[in-house]
Design a protein around this ligand. Structure first.
Ligand SMILES: [Zn+2]
Length: 99
């Protein structure tokens, strides 16, 4: 027996709430140049009430093999990973707009 989703009442293995939540995130990914010419990749627009942003940041850091931080709906990764991050987010069911 699988658990029942508290939102839609369907068993969790066929529930799509999390997928819908991901699609609804207004995610933007951009590179930003910081002092001393260092580039960081900013992922913003994620609602921390809907998404476990720390878990997502950890996953992105692992895949991109870079350092980074997550706070208040924004993930900051060291280095230029805009294209890569976008691909990862799309694969995970997000719908990112890239500036
Ligand atoms: Zn559900």
């Amino acid at each position: 027996m699988s658990e029942i989703c508290p939102v839609c009442g369907l068993p969790k293995d066929i529930c799509v709430c999390q997928e819908i939540v991901k699609e609804q995130q207004n995610v933007r990914v951009r590179n930003e140049t910081r002092a001393y010419g260092k580039t960081v990749t900013i992922v913003e627009g994620i609602d921390p009430n809907d998404i476990d942003i720390n878990a997502l940041a950890k996953e992105l850091k692992t895949i991109c093999a870079c350092g980074g931080t997550a706070k208040e709906g924004t993930i900051e990764l060291q280095g230029e990973h805009k294209k890569h991050v976008k691909e990862i987010l799309v694969a995970k069911g997000y719908n990112p707009e890239v500036i």
